[in-house]
Design a protein around this ligand. Structure first.
Ligand code: FAD
Ligand code: A2P
Length: 325
């Protein structure tokens, strides 16, 4: 297997610009609900202003958020990591923001049966526009996009695992469209001519991207309109497959999970995965990994290939990327 250089040169990757002892203090500039009526739980799209400091990041990295307040021992809360959901240029396309996609953790206490809400995800859910937010990082080199604009990108997400893939898709399709339209990116390029902070322009993506997205119900499809608009605008380059667990059934009559979609499309996926310029990314629930391996293991075995070996080689080649939590 050809060794494909998947990642930017490591000295180009921003890491730990801000650490927990000296976090960057940004400001919340929007906090919007992503779950539609009738959906399950609460997932927020949050955007923070980072214009006042040196924080910069790449698609696929994460930042830490330090919630306000103290834990049960009276110590300041520890940071929680969140995948960045915006491109390096940010949702406002000016290099001055970072966005997250955060589900409020809510569960029943196993002994008392009381409803428990997660500390940081609740802090973020309740954050108001104008509030300060302590940010660390960025961190992560596992989920970076390859430089090759002709690469094929397979994305397997459950729930908020969509965050890095939103960043990828926006970088692949939206930024270039803006550039062609003579928009903010051209202005950035022009600004740079006058010596302002350089911003990397578009990706000029020419490859094929396939997102398989697992969510419980239709109103839980995060970024639904935008994803479907991309699919309409780029039908030859972007394929979108949902696994809607509580509305669709797998072949055995159970909940439709992402691994069942992988099994359904296993022949096509396996063909794609074997191309040296295909990169596969998995993000979201840890629980999906076993089922994905099983589905791809079965199809690889038909060609006499041992999936575990094959996957190991892909990891070495930087073509198999996993971030589950
Ligand atoms: P906490 O108050 O820290 O509570 C969590 C604890 O509650 C768990 O450790 C466990 O002890 C307990 N608990 C949780 N569920 C149950 C249960 N069902 N039964 C019993 N006990 C339970 N989250 C996102 O929403 N979006 C992201 O993009 C995202 N990206 C991440 C990226 C990385 C690399 C990592 C490591 C995590 C990511 N997370 C993401 C998860 C995030 O970091 C937090 O773990 C999550 O928001 C919960 O934090 P909290 O402070 O709200 O919960
Ligand atoms: P379900 O909760 O119906 O069992 P969200 O983060 O919005 O809850 O979405 C997570 C999605 O991943 C849901 O559709 C959830 O299904 C599904 N899911 C839960 N457990 C697994 C698992 N082990 N493998 C794959 N998908 C899973």
């Amino acid at each position: 297997m050809t060794q494909v250089k998947a990642k930017a040169k490591s000295d180009d990757i921003p890491v730990n610009i801000y650490r927990p002892k000296n976090p960057y203090v940004g400001k919340c500039i929007s906090n919007e609900e992503l779950v539609g009526e009738g959906g399950i739980g609460t997932v927020r799209h949050l955007t923070f202003d980072i214009s006042g400091g040196d924080l910069r990041y790449l698609e696929g990295q994460s930042i830490g958020v330090i919630p306000e307040g103290t834990d049960e021992n009276g110590k300041p809360h520890k940071l929680r990591l969140y995948s960045i959901g915006s491109t390096r240029h940010g949702d406002h396309c000016n290099g001055k923001t970072v966005s997250l996609c955060v589900r409020q953790l809510e569960y029943k206490h196993p002994e008392t049966n009381e409803t428990v809400y997660g500390v940081c995800s609740t802090y973020l859910r309740n954050m108001q526009v104008g509030d300060d937010v302590k940010i660390t990082g960025p961190v992560g080199k596992e989920m970076l996009l390859p430089d090759d604009p002709n690469a094929n990108i397979i994305m397997l997400a459950t729930g908020t695992g969509i965050a890095p893939f939103r960043a990828y898709l926006w970088r692949m399709f939206k930024e270039d469209a803006n550039l062609k339209g003579g928009s903010w990116l051209q202005k950035i390029v022009r600004k740079n001519a006058f010596g302002e902070k350089p911003l990397n322009p578009g990706y000029h993506f020419q490859g094929f991207a396939w997102l398989i997205f697992g969510i419980p119900t239709t109103p839980n499809i995060l970024y639904k309109e935008e994803l479907e608009e991309l699919q309409r605008n780029y039908p030859d380059q972007f394929r979108l497959t949902y696994a809607i667990s509580r509305e669709q059934q797998n072949s055995e009559g159970g909940r439709m999970y992402i691994q069942h979609r992988v099994a359904e499309h296993a022949d096509e996926l396996w063909k794609l995965i074997q191309k040296d310029n295909t990169h596969t990314y998995i993000c979201g629930l840890k629980g999906m990994e076993g089922g994905i391996d099983e589905a791809l293991g079965a199809v690889a075995a038909k060609d006499g290939v041992d999936w575990a070996d094959y996957q190991r080689n892909m990891k070495k080649a930087g073509r198999w990327h996993v971030e589950t939590y």
